[in-house]
Design a protein around this ligand. Structure first.
Ligand code: NAP
Ligand code: ZN
Length: 353
């Protein structure tokens, strides 16, 4: 065991502060990584503040962070895919059993044997729960480590590990591509990745945003049109016209307004996780044989596929790079949708703590 610097929340209403946490000495199958950048996902805020108490209560101290890019600093004797010095990524999972039928199908995120990157029981028992990427280094099972394409900017690549895969997976599952009209609801961290990915897949992309000032950015990111979601007349023009709508909104909102815009047989997928249940109008769904789905991140193989896709199309997240000392201010700005479009923490800043 060794100790490493980190930023943690001590309770639901505490600001994140500097601390030290234990990490296990790498086993034969482990990769130790010096963390270079870690994105700030809205899930980090939900979890640090215990906003999902009923389904996933937060264990404190809580060290969030699951959009990790770093450099391999040590490998166990059984590690074959990575060498010291490699640039790698770690997303929302740090271990899986790799043996059960769910893992065999590539859906490790739904396997009971999977450990998530933070606030998940630590099967190695180094600590009560796993601690995430707001830290100097992390030890991860080799099978949970991903290769980051060499052409990608590292600060911008970090958010691919959650925001990237969470949007790539449902777009892919719904065969988004040329000739398809896709709507992305909410132009935040996930939303702006959804726009870039759907555009690269060749679809017609519409962005739904409450925020007119994001219009120019949306176009630059690859949107073919921007629909201001608070303008009922604008919304009415698109009734029944979408093949798929991907909803990334983090707060309570009217899902039916978007279901009405889905065409016959089309799909709306929710990836945002508001803390309260959403009300669904059956009529908006049944009139048109529409389906409403959810989607949670992606398995290891699909996450690697997404990284390779981003390497090929030179896609990274638009990031504002910050020092870890700015984390509490950054959380407040995410809540106000005041970030273009993801914060990426430069972990070198933690060394001065
Ligand atoms: P984010 O950067 O804060 O973006 C959320 C966007 O939603 C905002 O930019 C805003 O877009 C819109 N929005 C916020 N409040 C709203 C409100 N009251 N009404 C309508 N629209 C609102 O968050 P994120 O990191 O992209 O995460 C989004 C959600 O996905 C979070 O709940 C997060 O926990 C969840 N998530 C899920 C998964 C998964 O596997 N399913 C993975 C990662 C994250 P506009 O200003 O453009 O309207
Ligand atoms: Zn996330």
């Amino acid at each position: 065991m060794y100790s490493t610097k980190a930023y943690a929340a001590a309770s639901a209403d505490a600001k994140l502060a500097s601390t030290t946490i234990p990490r296990r000495t790498p086993t034969d199958q482990d990769v130790q990584i010096d963390i270079l950048f870690c994105g700030i996902c809205h899930s980090d805020i939900h979890q640090a503040r215990d906003e999902w108490h009923e389904s996933m209560p937060t264990v404190y101290p809580c060290v969030p962070g699951h959009e990790i890019v770093g450099r391999v600093s040590k490998i166990g004797s059984g590690v074959t895919k990575f060498a010291v010095g490699d640039i790698v990524g770690v997303g929302c999972m740090v271990a899986a059993d790799h043996a059960c039928p769910i893992c065999a199908e590539g859906f490790e995120q739904f396997s009971p044997g999977t450990s998530f990157t933070y606030n998940s029981p630590d099967k190695h028992e180094t600590a009560p729960v796993t601690y995430g990427g707001y830290s100097d280094s992390i030890v991860v099972e080799e099978q949970a480590v991903l290769k980051v394409p060499g052409n990608l900017d590292l600060a911008g690549a970090a958010p691919l590990l959650c925001a990237g895969i969470t949007t790539y997976s449902p777009l892919k599952r719904n065969n988004v591509g040329p000739g398809k009209k896709v709507g992305i609801v909410g132009l935040g961290g996930l939303g702006h990745m959804g726009v870039k990915l759907a555009h690269a897949m060749g679809a017609h992309v519409s962005v739904f945003s409450r925020t007119p000032s994001k219009q120019e950015d949306a176009t630059r990111l690859g949107a073919d049109e921007v629909i201001i979601s608070t303008d009922a007349n604008e919304m009415a023009k698109h009734v029944g016209s979408f093949d798929m709508i991907l909803d990334t909104v983090s707060a309570d909102h009217d899902v039916n307004a978007y279901l009405n815009l889905v065409g016959r047989g089309g799909n709306m997928t929710l990836v945002g996780v508001p803390s309260k249940p959403l009300a669904i109008s059956s009529l908006s769904l049944i009139f048109g044989n529409k389906s409403l789905s959810g989607s949670m991140i992606g398995g290891f193989a699909e996450t690697q596929e997404m990284l390779d896709f981003c390497g090929k199309h030179n896609i990274t997240s638009d990031v504002e790079v910050i020092a870890i000392q700015q984390i509490n201010e950054a959380y407040e700005r995410v809540l106000k949708s005041d970030v273009k479009y993801r914060f990426s923490i430069d972990m070198a800043s933690l060394k001065s703590e």
